[in-house]
Write a protein that binds this ligand. Sequence first.
Ligand code: NAD
Length: 315
Amino acid sequence: MLIVPEREIAELMTREAAFDAVERVFAAMAAGEADNFPVIREAIGHEDALYGFKGGFDRAGLTLGLKAGGYWPGNLSKHGLINHQSTVFLFDPDTGRAKAMVGGNLLTALRTAAASSVSIRHLARKDARVIGMIGAGHQATYQLRAALEQREFEKVIGWNLHPEMLYSLEAIAAEAGLPFEAVGLDVIISITSSFDPILMAGQVSPGTHIACMGTDTRGKQELDPQLLVRASIYTDEVAQSVSIGEAQHAVQMGLIAQSDIAQLGAVINGTDPGRSSDDQITLFDGTGVGLQDLAVAAAVVDLAIEKGVAIEVDI
Ligand code: NAD
């Protein structure tokens, strides 16, 4: 079995490679060539942590495995560690033998940013110039950096419940030579750990694309359910969107049906038209699927072997 430690990932994985891996696996899912297994995500009653497993099998890419990990909200303040902690395990689909164990922390940030970027590339208006961020935690900087590569953005604005955290977004905007201020928005990424709606239907203009990335657990919520009524909804995985994603609330309230939600992969494959007018609000409910983790982990294992940094062990 190979081990690719967390410390090697930054040197191996690029934003471009993560984008390609996630776009490819979303397309495979929509084509029926790859399946995610049901997600297990539970409050463990210790340190307010949420812990679980996301797994799947990509028959096209022959990637089988799972990501184990979760969210420890006190990690940063108590231990100086990031709040998300995870490890990806890949298995040989021909024999079931463990193939690789890969540090999953940076990969999670890169694959989550890649998912919203894939949604922006395929669904946002081509003339989008202003991007808004809701949330300024660990994931938010990765989200913004990746999103800025998808359109010719001219302005970045950010809102965060804890305004003292906004400097991190301002720094990414400055890195791209963009001003950071408050105006109308064309593309919004929400990536908070909120359990209540923070973006209301009346606050979003026609034509906006929203990548709603923070809601990945039962009970979490970032958007007013009425916003889902106004929007054309796309997701990574419909089953996750209605159970642990942003759509869970609007579906439970009977405002929308599961059949109102389409796969982003279908847009990538050209079987769904995606955005059909400049007035349409498009919404990507990014719940985070196991196949995303496996796609980036498999890519990183290949790179680690190529560069001679994978550690080989017997199990
Ligand atoms: P973090 O703890 O570093 O940051 C949390 C952010 O949420 C901060 O901006 C904080 O100010 C804000 N926040 C906290 N409580 C809030 C509230 N009640 N209302 C509004 N904002 C609030 O976390 P992170 O690593 O940046 O992750 C953010 C969210 O993204 C989490 O919910 C996490 O589970 C989720 N996530 C989703 C995916 C996916 O694939 N969709 C992947 C990774 C993380």
